[in-house]
Design a protein around this ligand. Structure first.
Ligand SMILES: *Cc1c(COP(=O)(O)O)cnc(C)c1O
Length: 385
């Protein structure tokens, strides 16, 4: 196996799920405790969907969520029977597969609901196909207008082949501590609560009520309802503004090895563009890790360090497609094939959030950006029998 690997700490995933479970227990003033949906879209935020899904279900998550029909098919092909929510909209040609695989689509309008109902009917077995009604309480993405929700809920529950399995909304700024954003989130949740009451007043059961992404799971107990869907939190991250932060551990650790060491004379330059000049005679370590693996090229020339044998070493020069270089110093303690921590792990110099901050993005993009050619290596977790 190549030196560059993403170690996926399944024990940390289990730890994070238990932390969330504890955090949301009793948020409704007692039982029942809200369910947890594990978002595994984008190959489980880059961690590997099937392994993450299996571990999440063993640790007590009740639902999984994907963004594409193919992602749902991958889970079903792996023998996973748990309910799978489909967050994004499928095309008409995909809806037959949605029905066949029994994915639970998020529905925002009558046309899509009716079209899905026709496929659900054809899939047959006289069995009802669950859908979630999505309400736009302020995200401005998918979802019906709040005043359209109750009639749409009635329409869905009136379809022979459909059942209203749940009603959901999504928060836009729940991870911000800005006062205006806090008020906006509170307003979103109040609007959503009103919609749920209205659906009930029409004599329709809204099913599983769900609103909370990471920020809302941590900071807004009134957002927990029947099920939370924190994604990045379960992978070990939350925006630094989320308060009070929940103690979670990064699941992904990106590692590599020093595969080549060479001496560079004072004044010699390293990598494309000759942006780095050796300030003294020094040793350069070459890592088989580049931007095509997911180490953002924008980190070139920024303060960024990897850890080798407990010590930090800075990047030297531009990150290439498949390789990057680090400055090991004039009298290096590092040997060829020594292990390198890039991010995550026990004592990293950087985690994915810190890397993201350096280049103006978010931890999500760093984790999702670790390319397919980087093997995922899963740590063993104690399996429940
Ligand atoms: C991705 C997503 C989530 C999880 O979001 P995080 O910010 O990772 O917690 C929840 N709900 C929907 C609809 C999503 O698309």
């Amino acid at each position: 196996m190549r030196a560059t690997q993403a170690i996926i700490h399944l024990e940390n995933l289990t730890f994070n799920i238990h932390a969330v479970k504890k955090h949301i227990a009793g948020s409704g003033g007692g039982p029942p405790v809200p369910k947890i949906c594990m978002p595994v879209k984008a190959d489980a935020y880059g961690h590997g969907a099937v392994e993450i899904a299996k571990t999440a279900l063993e640790a007590g998550c009740s639902h999984l969520a994907v963004a594409t029909v193919d992602e749902g098919a991958q889970l079903r092909a792996a023998g996973i029977k748990a309910p799978i929510l489909l967050f994004s909209e499928a095309t008409p040609e995909e809806l037959e597969t949605v029905a066949r695989l029994n994915l639970i689509p998020f529905v925002s309008d009558r046309e899509y609901a009716a079209l899905y109902a026709s496929y659900a009917e054809k899939a047959g077995k006289n069995e009802k196909h669950g859908v979630f009604l999505k309400v736009d309480s302020g995200m401005g993405r998918l979802g019906c207008a709040p005043e359209e929700a109750a009639p749409l809920a009635q329409f869905i529950s009136g379809q022979k082949a459909l059942s209203l399995a749940g009603t959901a909304t999504h928060c836009a700024v729940s991870d911000s501590r800005d006062a205006g954003n806090k008020a906006f989130t509170a307003r979103q949740l109040a609007v959503f609560k009103g919609v749920i009451d209205e659906i009930k007043k029409c004599g329709v059961n809204p099913g599983i009520v769900s609103a909370a992404n990471t920020g809302a799971t941590v900071s807004y107990p009134q957002a927990h309802f029947d099920m939370v869907r924190p994604g990045i939190l379960l992978y070990g991250y939350q925006d630094e503004e989320v308060e009070p932060p929940l103690a979670v551990k990064p699941v992904m650790e990106l590692v590599t090895q020093v595969v080549h060491i060479k001496k560079i004379r004072k004044g010699g330059t390293v990598s494309y563009g000759r942006t780095w000049t050796a300030p003294e005679d020094t040793f350069i370590g070459v890592l088989p890790l580049g931007y095509a693996d997911g180490l953002p090229r924008l980190l070139s020339g920024r303060d960024f360090y990897v850890v080798i044998n407990g010590r930090q070493y800075p990047l030297a020069g531009r990150i290439c497609m498949d390789q990057c270089m680090i400055n090991l110093g004039a009298t290096p303690a590092v040997k060829r094939y020594d292990a390198v921590t890039v991010f995550g792990g026990e004592k990293p110099a950087f985690d994915a959030a810190a890397i993201a901050k350096r280049i103006g993005t978010i931890s999500y993009e760093i984790c999702c950006g670790v390319n397919k050619r980087v093997p995922r290596v899963y740590t063993a977790t104690p399996r429940l029998s």
